[in-house]
Design a protein around this ligand. Sequence first.
Ligand SMILES: *Cc1c(COP(=O)(O)O)cnc(C)c1O
Length: 421
Amino acid sequence: MIYQDSLDFAASLDREDPLASFRGEFNFPRNKNGFSPVYLCGNSLGLQPKLAVDFVESELEKWKDLAVDGHFHSERPWVNYHQHATAGFAELTGAKPGEVVAMNTLTVNLHLLMASFYRPTPERRKIIIEAGAFPSDQYAAASQVRLHGFDPESDLLEWQPRAGETHLRLEDLRDMLEREGHSVALLLLPGVQYYTGQVLDMQAICELGRQHGCRVGLDLAHAVGNVALELNAWAPDFASWCTYKYLNAGPGAIAGAFVHESHRSPDDFLHGWWGNRQSTRFEMRRKFDAAEGAEAWQMSNPPIFSLAPVIASLRLFQQAGLDRLRKKSTMLTGYLDWLIATRFDNRIGNITPAGSRGCQLSLIVKDESIDAKALFDRLCERNVTGDWRNPDVIRVAPAPLYNSFVDVFDFAERLSDALDD
Ligand SMILES: *Cc1c(COP(=O)(O)O)cnc(C)c1O
């Protein structure tokens, strides 16, 4: 693709974009200081789909009109409401429908899944995470180690970039496993690193874990709805993802979880009545009768109003198709990268590896005379929404469902303006 630095060119790409109409399916934030929104923050909180409003309102109406009958006698009965997310989750993650379930929120799921898949013994007790792990994952892993009576100081190992580098190298994980693999119980790693935007080789990670007899769990918070996933084939033991980032389901919306089909009837998980087979659940027996597959990991009846937007949002993904989204995303992020390199080569760079990235670019200020945080604030004044991540990164992520090529061009214009201010 030959890019050009002009509004006409950006507008022409939008005219040719087969997904352009999806932009109209979203509510955008307000104008600010006379600037229309350039929203590049879908990696943190996706925009609101208009359909999500309809879906939430519809369930509020059902509660009002049907009350308890909403559980069984409704258009989408609450008793199996979570199943409306199953096909969408399975498509986005390359899973079989029986391997995925909508439940809880991400960190809660990581803990519940670790309750099943992190079963340390004195000989094999360690967890490998990455050194820059999202704090919640780091806290979750460290506390699991501690809960089992071990010491995170020695038993939480970190895969880290080499000195002077920002991205993770697979060969370093391989070396670590060669040395320590016999004592490692679990690899808990992301699909996309949240700070750098690096897409990790999840297939190779799963393969390495298997070779060394470790369980593998993937945190797909920044990967789902962003890059192609093949969970059934890659076969991590478990995975989980939140739905408010690229999946646009709103703050704190219900998360997704994956348990590989090879784990059929495990005895080792925490039971609740929603994990009981639906056909016998209301017989109120004493003995737990596990549902098939990932659904057995559910515990409580789910919060419908936090699940409704997930189901609405997944419909848009199913209509757009991840293949087409990925194709557009590659062009959008490619255009962003090209504009920044063309206009600001000496002043702004990015630490996201070009060969392994999704939507996001993690921008850094190369020119030491520029105060990066002040620059970020000037972008905010111009109604650009990205996000600042300590110590020195501005993350921007054009989302192919609702961002346009003109958004990317406008970002470059406002960045030029903010730099000159
Ligand atoms: C966004 C994100 C979280 C957030 O966790 P919640 O439980 O949804 O609050 C956790 N881990 C990673 C890697 C994330 O990117």
